[in-house]
Design a protein around this ligand. Structure first.
Ligand SMILES: [Zn+2]
Ligand SMILES: [Zn+2]
Length: 289
């Protein structure tokens, strides 16, 4: 049973990934939110090449990934939920919430620590914002994230199914909330009560550092609202705002080799550090811009 579960994992994840990616691409073509500045072919080939590279590196580096570790933890009785006598439904929901909180906190940390920002800024340096932006992470960030996730899984002892569901959900929402799609404002307003929407996450990709340091959530929007990092809309509106960071703005910077070497270039302190949150200035209106 356990073995069948683990064997099915890669197929299940790949199917969910490709399914959601195709839906998002069709959606972006049908109702785009913003005009594209960069030809799709440059960004797509390099962003997709990066995610393939990341996946290979990840598989080669770690002998076991998060779901596999959760299976071992269950067998060995490691971690909080394997010690406590909690109903399975409750431990699945609680584990998924805590994993999401961990990802939120990790994202805040990647902005706050200069050495980590060097890695994470690869994600922010994309000059347009679409579903493939959600795939664009530096391989060293992917490895550090997996190390943190493995530590969280070992400490929590979540049901393996909760970790699998969480990872499939996180991959799918990352594609969704980077989508260049035009959701009607009313739909967005209701949807962002329960999930991070593209309009909410686009604020995080603003070149304005006060907006870059907001809306850290990937799945649930609640952590940003609870912990004071929520910004409803970009100051210059979704069509007027500039995407990316100040440091890397040439088309050549979008190529795979430049993305991989980007952490070594320029100062460690980027504009994402030491700036006040914009939330106090912009939360006055939640209206569509
Ligand atoms: Zn970020
Ligand atoms: Zn993003």
């Amino acid at each position: 049973m356990t073995e069948a579960f683990l064997n099915a994992e890669p197929t299940l994840r790949l199917a969910a990934f490709l399914g959601v990616l195709i839906i998002m691409v069709l959606w972006e073509v049908a109702t785009p939110r913003r005009r594209r500045d960069i030809p799709r072919v440059i960004r797509w080939t390099n962003n997709i090449a990066l995610v393939v590279f990341d996946t290979v590196i990840l598989r080669l580096t770690f002998p076991i990934l998060a779901v596999g570790l959760a299976v071992i933890a269950e067998e060995q009785g490691w971690g909080l939920f394997n010690i406590l006598d909690v109903p399975i439904g409750l431990s699945i929901v609680a584990s998924m919430l805590l994993l999401d909180l961990a990802i939120y906190l990790q994202h805040v940390m990647f902005h706050a620590v200069p050495g980590l920002w060097r890695l994470h800024r690869t994600h922010h340096a994309d000059l347009d914002f679409d579903a493939t932006t959600g795939l664009r992470f530096h391989p060293v960030e992917i490895l550090i994230s997996m190390g943190i996730k493995l530590a969280v899984v070992a400490a929590l002892g979540p049901p393996a199914i909760a970790v699998l569901l969480f990872e499939v959900l996180l991959n799918s929402t990352a594609l969704f909330n980077h989508g260049n799609i035009n959701l009607p404002h009313r739909v967005d307003r209701v949807l962002r009560l329960v999930v991070v929407t593209p309009d909410m996450h686009r604020v995080h990709h603003s070149v304005d550092p006060r907006e870059t340091n907001s809306n850290y959530g990937f799945n649930l929007p609640w952590w940003d609202r609870l912990l004071g990092t929520y910004v409803a809309q970009p100051l210059r509106g979704h069509e007027g705002m500039e995407i990316g960071i100040e440091q890397f703005r040439t088309r050549r910077d979008l190529w795979l080799d430049r993305m991989l070497l980007q952490p070594l270039r320029g100062p460690a302190y980027g504009p994402a550090q030491n700036v006040p949150s914009v939330s106090k200035v912009t939360t006055t209106s939640d209206k569509d811009q």
